[in-house]
Write a protein that binds this ligand. Structure first.
Ligand SMILES: [Zn+2]
Ligand SMILES: [Zn+2]
Length: 294
């Protein structure tokens, strides 16, 4: 029987500067339409002081505000708590998360923010290397064109290792994100740069009880595989990682829930289990068969 994924653990509501105008409740209604049991909002938090004018922002009441201005976080939690109350009766669990772009030297600032609010889920991501966004079509060529493949490999995995060792994050988002735009520069060679580099990092994540995200957004960008690839998921399993989350990385309503069932099926191939988080503690989310979703 087809198993259905019923969680989307990576959603950007209008608090993110690169998201559509859809708000927390809009996403909740969409999740209900799709039959999801649980969603987690993961607004961006980017704190690199070299990028203050680029992406150190959130959106509050339609206006861009510096991400350090806690007013947006206060409102974010008010919105999420209202939605939690409103949708509880519909059996939709709504969680408060954040997607933190790791930046060397920002550890204290990250810690101050994540410790000040009752987050359910803190997702760590490597979005920038050497202050250049590797996830931006416009910016990333500046990074990839000025480096050899071996330099990309060293910079990415050194930064990832540091991010893991900070202990600040519950899980790591789209762990092979460099494939998104690096492929254009390096071709298929970039698909294997993780070999020999990612295994010790995964062992450390397993030791710390950290989670790994299956991020389906690669599909809408024309990549054949999810982030991470099947091979990398296998390496994560071998290294002993047990906690996985599934997220669409939706920046608009139409992207919610994309390919979640396929991601769930992929986890099952490796005997891995989807998880949800409450107040930063993970629990397995049992896949339920179609027809008994309540
Ligand atoms: Zn991201
Ligand atoms: Zn995201």
């Amino acid at each position: 029987m087809l198993k259905l994924a019923r969680t989307d653990y990576h959603i950007h509501p209008h608090y993110s500067i690169d998201a559509s105008r859809a708000g927390i409740k809009d996403y909740c209604y969409r999740a209900l339409e799709l039959g999801l049991a649980e969603i987690c909002f993961t607004t961006h938090l980017e704190l690199d002081p070299m990028r203050t004018e680029i992406d150190n922002f959130a959106v509050l009441n339609g206006e861009k505000v510096p991400v350090y201005n806690r007013a947006w976080l206060d409102q974010y939690f008010v919105d999420i708590e209202r939605a939690q109350d409103e949708f509880r009766g519909d059996n939709l669990q709504v969680k408060a998360g954040i997607e933190v772009g790791y930046c060397r030297g920002c550890e204290k600032d990250i810690e101050n923010i994540i410790d000040s609010y009752p987050f359910d889920f803190v997702l760590g991501a490597i979005h920038c290397l050497n202050h250049i966004s590797i996830s931006s079509m416009k910016d990333s060529p500046r990074f990839f064109r000025t480096r050899s493949l071996s330099q990309v490999r060293t910079e990415y995995f050194t930064t990832l290792k540091e991010a893991v060792e900070t202990g600040l994050f519950d899980a790591i988002a789209h762990v092979d994100l460099y494939r998104r735009y690096g492929f254009r520069q390096f071709g298929p060679q970039i698909l294997t740069i993780h070999r020999g580099a990612i295994e010790p990092i995964f062992r450390e994540m397993a030791r710390r009880g950290m989670g790994l995200e299956i991020n389906t957004s690669s599909r809408r960008r024309g990549l054949a595989e999810f982030h991470p690839s099947r091979e990398i998921i296998g390496l994560a399993a071998e290294a002993g990682i047990k906690i996985f989350t599934i997220g669409s990385d939706a920046h608009s309503l139409d992207q919610v829930g994309e390919c979640l069932d396929e991601a769930q099926a992929l986890l099952e191939e490796f005997n891995l289990v989807n998880h949800v988080y409450s107040r930063r503690l993970a629990t397995p989310f049992p896949a339920r068969s179609a027809g008994c979703n309540r």
